[in-house]
Design a protein around this ligand. Structure first.
Ligand code: NAP
Length: 247
């Protein structure tokens, strides 16, 4: 694992905590230089930078609200100027806004689409300009693109289903340049977005073949696979890491 990504330059959106922080750690362990964005958690983002630097790689944190398209573009440009280029983009930042249909606000509808979908497109457009043959784009979707077994999650599910269509189309744009684009679709993973300690967790476990939450490292390892040279023939795909939630 130590030299797997040596010489690669990686940008992970939403890398300050949760799944994104595990992805940043996984790439830094593999020798890649890493940039991460965050929206509010400046201290935790700096802690991640320290962690990566202690693993011997370059690391930077960039405050960039994914709901703001110009901030997303600026984060890509900043990554390229600080790390000298970009080889791997991981679109991880996301929000899970849930409410019953009659209470769901248009503001939350627009925010969900801006962060979970538009920012993925914007970052991909900005980063792919700089990518060479072998470039990799990986989005964190969700098993909810396939199955949303509870009420109140329709808009979140829609945003993650949108990524399935997006990678299919963009794989065609990027394929001729030797760049792949795929989604990783986690099931329930123990983070602040979806704590395993909540009452809701028991309901979710009932939907899974493995009947347990996933770990952030289990998601990061599928991201690492898709970023590797071994995954060179995988593009336009949405791969599950969901404990059989959608099975
Ligand atoms: N946990 C699950 O069960 C699960 C399952 C399937 C898919 N996912 C997906 O996995 C991804 C990561 O989820 P998670 O569970 O790790 O969530 P999390 O614990 O809530 O962490 C979210 C991360 O994204 C950042 N972020 C949130 N909104 C942002 C914005 N507007 N602009 C920039 N950064 C923003 C946060 O930054 P700050 O720290 O600054 O707020 C944080 O680093 C999301 O796309 C989510 O939909 C999660």
């Amino acid at each position: 694992m130590k030299h797997q990504f040596k010489g690669k330059r990686v940008l992970v959106t939403g890398g300050s905590r949760g799944i994104g922080a595990a992805i940043v750690t996984r790439f830094a362990q593999g020798g890649a230089d890493v940039a991460l964005t965050y929206s509010n958690s400046a201290k935790r983002a700096e802690d991640m930078v320290e962690l990566a630097k202690n693993l011997g790689v370059k690391a930077i944190a960039i405050q960039a609200d994914s709901a703001d398209a110009n901030a997303v573009i600026a984060a890509v440009e900043h990554t390229v100027s600080e790390l000298g280029g970009i080889d791997i983009l991981v679109n991880n930042a996301g929000v899970a806004l849930m409410a019953p249909l009659e209470e769901f606000t248009l503001e939350d509808f627009d925010k969900t689409l801006a962060v979970n979908v538009r920012a993925v497109f914007v970052a991909t457009q900005a980063a792919s300009k700089y990518m060479q043959q072998g470039g990799r784009i990986i989005n964190i979707g969700s098993t909810n693109a396939e199955r949303m077994p509870v009420a109140g999650g329709g808009v979140y599910a829609m945003s993650k289903s949108a990524l399935q269509g997006l990678v299919k189309g963009l794989a065609r744009d990027l394929g001729p340049r030797g760049i792949t684009i795929n989604n990783v679709q986690p099931g329930p993973v123990n983070t602040e977005m979806n704590p395993e300690s909540s009452e809701f967790a028991e309901t979710l476990k009932g939907f899974m073949a493995l009947s347990r939450y996933g770990t952030v490292e289990e998601i990061a390892s599928m991201v690492a696979y898709l970023a590797s040279t071994e995954a060179g023939y995988v593009t336009g795909a949405s791969l599950m890491a969901d404990g059989g939630f959608s099975a």
